[in-house]
Write a protein that binds this ligand. Sequence first.
Ligand SMILES: [Zn+2]
Length: 486
Amino acid sequence: MLCGYIRRVTSETGDPLSGLTDPVRRLLAEPPVMEPKLLELRAIWPRLTPVQSMMADALRMCMITWDPLELHSPRPAAFGTVNTGPLELAVYLPFWSPAEQGTTIVALLSAVASAAVATAAARHPAVTSGRYPQLVWQGAAPDLLSDLTSGAALGLAAIELVSPGWEDIGLGAIADIVQQAFGPVELDRSMVELTAGYHPGCPACQGSRFGFPAELAEATDTMCRSHRSEAQKVIRGRMNRAKASNAEGWAALSDASARLGRSHLPNGLATKLANADEAMYVTPEPRELASRARLVIEAASWFPGRPQDLAIALGEDPAMAVLLPDWLMNLVLQLGRVGLGAEAIAVAEALSRVDPENAAIFYGDVAVALAEGGLAEDARARVADNLARWPGDLWVRIHAGDAIAALGDRVGAWAHFEAALAMAEEAGDLPGRSDVMERIISLEPRSGAETSSESDAQHQSTRPPQPVVRYQQRKRQSRAQRKGRR
Ligand SMILES: [Zn+2]
């Protein structure tokens, strides 16, 4: 079972694991890519100055399988920050970064560790005093990892294992990574001790102290009434102070903590797809769309039959993620419009495996996409295939009309829309009927000049993208209708 969640690290350019010794090598060869995990490692250099040596002792370096800020694209190759009490250089390397930087894991780990130690040693008074994160945030000191060559003089470090295996990413790692990106958030994480009491069974009355925030929040349910309200007041107070200290950082911290327990895309894919919803407002270049299509196909391959989990992994709110995101539902049509017919087909196939229930929609879009991309013969063949496969599907029939209309064949399109109208009326599908009527009206000739087939084809090809909102509504309606009939 676990094997399904593990994908071996490979590289076309050579062995990404070269230079690593067992057991680090063994653990990094099979990272649990679908789970938010970290592996703590140590770097060892042959010669260091006393200050460098102090910083090397304070280095806590982790490989991570999940970047808590994956949706804040673009992201650096690695991130690090300083904590005090005790002193700690907390450094995180997403495990896909070495491949993206075109280097081996050991080379990038060594560069990252060396840069952190050299940068911190060069400014050790600010680092040890605890002012460093604030100075970095103000631009008055360099980020620990802004220059990955800054520790080159230390030489190549040997990498050893600290944690015995991959461990869960927790609030500590999330807080470090947020601090690097958004500056310090002043969340008081000291132990909480509540006032004395006399209720047997209440952990606070027994005099227990609670870790903050997780332990206290968990214990609240078992407390007596007065301790419950006291605990809630402490939680609210600390949360409000944290928010007041850095609203943006606090929002990022809350969001990442909430996303920790949800489904994730592996290999940094979520970051690469994070800005894809901009395509709803600006049509991307064909090259960008082609690369997006490849990423979508890779992402989809991890979620067969799980459209909701894919939507959540792409950053949708779980309460709203009934459907795949709008930009993804429109990708097939967009690919067609820029002439990427093969990519449109491949994306439709991939999305149909994720969401088989909506395969008719994706393949209906393929017909329109091929027609709008000028691939007339392929479009007609796809229309015929779709009608044979889903003879009773209203939207397959409507999209058959859309595709034929996009080819400039009014009469052919008309026939499909008439058939669709009859289907909608028979099913008592009023919204479907009005969608069909809208299309039939848009086929009506408006003036003498517009009836010529040339300007007609032009009109069709410059037709603005269908409003996405309607796309979504129609799916919701059809789902609700199916439910109603059962
Ligand atoms: Zn109590």
